[in-house]
Design a protein around this ligand. Structure first.
Ligand SMILES: Nc1ncnc2c1ncn2[C@@H]1O[C@H](COP(=O)(O)OP(=O)(O)O)[C@@H](O)[C@H]1O
Ligand SMILES: [Mg+2]
Length: 360
């Protein structure tokens, strides 16, 4: 894997080449201080002016009423508290406005990602969806995701021609929201400019129409990849995710490097790297127009037991979600009280570190 192969998969490097075959998107360059804010491992403090549905001043006042003092917070106290908070609250007014305007231009609903990865490991924080209507929702997802940190810090990790870091300006990508049917997404493995493998993207379920139409799908996908992708994409080996639309045309969803950092789904990297695929029970051949077999289209058979969603391991109990999004102010305040009490008991504790699993 070399650096250029990773750079070819950077969104802004391929979007203009495939604009005709992909979902309308906007690329917003990210200022350095916002990148630092995303990388800062502290609690999720949203930028000033960014509002999520959640704790309101009214709720806060109510909580105070039920508390020890029983008195309402005075106007001065409220302002004092706001002043204190200002010290910690980052401010990215221009960026937030730009995100807001771009969301409007993309019909009000977007799918956010950075140059390579989306925050799909953080979907648990937003009703298990990456659909965003506001800049606040975009920032919350980015800030809660380990995949986003991977994009910012480790994308070139497996490159053999990179020493130290690579300094590239980071980007936020907002894609117009599309209601994609998971069974119509396919991952295509192109090795030395030839389509070696196709796997259904959501491989944990069987899809009846895939099983029924497998030969036709293998042929259609092969035609699309040969006619529209292989000669236009600058790497010889790469992975491309595509989507078959209801009208029969294909969309490019994403490009990924040809290597371990990309999930092989129904294949293994052993076979994909060597180019010799083992035979398995559930595939049809990918053939050229003159009937030469060049690869395999693998699908999930009928009798597969239902398996949990790929991203289930990243989810959190609902109470944690409410706490972290502040959508339940009462729980948040209870949690903070508990935290203060336990901090009084034990000064410090290393095993209380609570981190998300990183597993790509
Ligand atoms: N514009 C969109 N609207 C809705 N869902 C999308 C959109 N783009 C991608 N997705 C879904 O999100 C998944 C991940 O998108 P992708 O861009 O490949 O991010 P990643 O590289 O993090 O996997 C896709 O497989 C698709 O199901
Ligand atoms: Mg991808």
């Amino acid at each position: 894997m070399n650096k250029q192969e990773i750079l070819n998969c950077l969104f802004s490097n391929w979007y203009h080449l495939f604009r005709r075959h992909t979902i309308k998107s906007v690329v917003i360059p990210l200022p350095e201080d916002f990148v630092k804010y995303l990388q800062d491992d502290g609690t999720v403090v949203l930028p000033r002016g960014v509002v999520l549905p959640g704790a309101t001043r009214e709720e806060w006042d109510n909580e105070e009423e039920e508390g020890d003092s029983g008195e309402e917070r005075s106007e001065e106290e409220w302002e004092e508290n706001e002043d204190e908070e200002e010290g910690n609250t980052p401010e990215f007014t221009e960026l937030m406005e730009e995100i807001g305007k771009s969301i409007e231009n993309l019909s009000g609903k977007v799918f956010p990602k950075l140059g390579w990865s989306s925050p799909k490991d953080a979907a648990w924080i937003a009703n298990n969806s990456l659909l965003c209507n506001t800049a606040g929702e975009v920032v919350l997802l980015l800030k809660s995701s380990d995949f986003i940190i991977y994009d910012l810090t480790s994308v070139f990790k497996l490159c053999t021609d990179v020493e130290g870091g690579v300094n590239i300006p980071h980007q936020l990508v907002l894609r117009k929201w599309a209601n994609l049917v998971p069974g119509m997404e396919f991952r295509c493995f192109i090795r030395n400019k030839s389509l070696l493998g196709i796997s259904q993207r959501d491989y944990k379920q069987h899809y009846e129409y895939i099983i029924k139409d497998k030969d036709k799908l293998a042929e259609e996908i092969h035609n699309f990849i040969s006619d529209e992708i292989i000669d236009k994409f600058p790497s010889d080996s790469f992975v491309v995710d595509i989507y078959k639309k209801r009208d029969g045309h294909f969309w490019v969803i994403d490009f990924n490097p040809y290597g371990e950092m990309t999930e092989p789904l129904l294949f293994t990297w052993g076979g994909l790297s060597s180019g010799s695929l083992s035979t398995c029970d559930f595939y049809v051949d990918i053939k050229t127009a003159d009937d030469v077999i060049i690869g395999q289209f693998r699908y999930t058979p009928y009798d597969v037991t239902m398996q949990p969603s790929e991203h289930l391991r990243y989810r959190m109990p609902q109470d944690f979600v409410d706490l972290s999004t502040g959508s339940d102010a009462t729980k948040l305040i209870d949690f903070m009280r508990m935290k203060i009490q336990s901090d009084d008991v034990e000064e410090s504790s290393d095993d209380e570190q609570w981190t998300l699993p990183v597993n790509r």
